[in-house]
Design a protein. Structure first.
Length: 415
């Protein structure tokens, strides 16, 4: 496999500077367009007071997260969190950054990807309990387009009209529903959070909940049991939606992954052993748009003995995860196989595929027929694979030799 090195160019708040990259062999699937470079320290990281001093400021522990905010010569200025939880700044050498840090997409995690979803309203039939069986689904299905604005908040637009859901303006003294839809300038902001298999849609100003009344009309209420299920018919791989969730993200990299036989957190954590979990996360998010809880997936894998001691995750987990979490995250298992012909057919039909590589799992989410290449998402890039944390367009030849040699595909389809 012929490889070439590309430089990892990113815009930083003070302008443009170049971070010499490790050898990436392929065209990235996307760019994060972040103002910063996010990275994880694989081992202890030396932080200095300035770029012209050898005075050590601190030693960051293994699995610390850093954010590169500037540069001076061969030095990089970083922002990091101290042991006391405060934000601090310091300098690291470019050499140590290259040898000791793993770059990742540090954008905010969203409850679900941007795009058009079908909404089904659910009403709890027993306010004192919470279970899937106690919820009644209403017949009407609505179709809206959601756009993320940060902090778990979205704007909501009618799918085929330029009408946006306005903020709740109903006064307590007014018993009638105000006109809910307006122009883009009138668009409200709604915080959307999970509750079991469903979502609560809450107006950020009034804290009231989006619901349906007996006439199947939208309204805002104080009913915390007014829930919505979101499904989509199109994969969440549009521009701006692509995001690789990596196992070494500082949010969870050192989280223990195992059971009573895998208590050593140095060798049994997401960073070292979580490729199966995060290949699943990437397969689901790219398919249905929903961000699955990696802790929830990992606990299930451990409880059901799919966690292999000092190794990784048994492939039986992928089917079991679909049976357990398929309704919640909008996906189901669609078989497995070794054929690239079948892989193309499944991807074109809307599937995503978890792929078994030598000692590792990744995810293939798209196929470009014109370029005859597959979009591979690697949850833990390594120089020997030539991959990155931003997706990579790889050929069938790339997937038939070396560290990317595929051995099996496990397919998910949308519910």
């Amino acid at each position: 496999m012929k490889k070439h090195s590309i430089l990892f160019l990113l815009l930083i708040i003070c302008g443009c500077f170049l971070i010499p990259s490790k050898s990436f062999a392929f065209q990235h699937g996307y760019e994060s367009h972040s103002d910063f470079i996010y990275a994880l320290a694989r081992n202890e990281l030396s932080v200095y007071i300035s770029d012209y001093s050898e005075d050590l400021k601190t030693m960051l522990p293994k699995y610390s997260g850093v954010k590169v905010v500037g540069s001076s010569g061969s030095w990089y200025e970083i922002q990091y969190t101290s042991k006391k939880g405060t934000s601090n700044y310091g300098w690291i050498t470019g050499e140590e950054f290259q040898s000791n840090c793993l770059i990742y997409d540090g954008r905010e995690k969203r409850p679900f990807a941007n795009g058009t979803y079908h909404l089904s309203f659910y009403q709890n039939q027993n306010s004192s309990t919470f279970s899937t069986d106690s919820y009644h689904a209403y017949a009407d299905t609505l179709t809206y387009t959601f756009k993320y604005v940060g902090n778990n908040c979205y704007t909501i637009k009618k799918a085929n009209e330029d009408k946006y859901l306005k903020s709740d303006t109903l006064q307590e003294t007014n018993p009638y529903i105000n006109e809910l839809w307006g122009t883009e300038k009138e668009a409200g902001t709604f915080r959307i959070t999970r509750k079991g298999n469903y979502y609560i849609i809450c107006d950020v100003n009034t804290k009231r909940i989006l619901s349906e009344n007996d006439s199947n009309l939208l309204e805002f209420t104080n009913n915390q049991n007014a829930l919505w299920r979101l499904t989509r018919n199109k994969k969440a791989i549009e521009k701006g939606n692509l995001q690789v969730f990596v196992q070494f993200d500082p949010l969870w990299g050192k989280h223990h992954y195992g059971n009573e036989t895998t208590q050593d957190t140095e060798t049994n954590n997401f960073c070292t052993s979580g490729c199966g979990i995060f290949a699943t996360v990437n397969a689901i998010y790219s398919l249905s748009g929903h961000f699955p809880d990696p802790y929830e997936l990992a606990k299930y894998a451990s409880d059901k003995r799919y966690r292999i001691e000092d190794c990784g995750t048994d492939s039986g987990f992928f089917k079991a995860a679909a049976e357990k979490f398929g309704y919640k995250y909008g996906f189901s298992y669609d078989g497995c196989g070794e054929s690239f012909k079948e892989l193309k057919q499944k991807l074109k039909a809307g599937d995503t595929a978890i792929v078994y590589l030598p000692g590792h799992y990744g995810t293939i989410v798209d196929y470009n027929a014109k370029k005859d290449k597959y979009l591979l998402m690697d949850p833990h890039y390594l120089p020997k694979r030539g991959t990155s944390s931003f997706g990579d367009w790889v050929s069938q030849k790339d997937l038939e030799e070396g560290a990317l040699t595929t051995q099996m595909f496990f397919y998910y389809k949308a519910n």
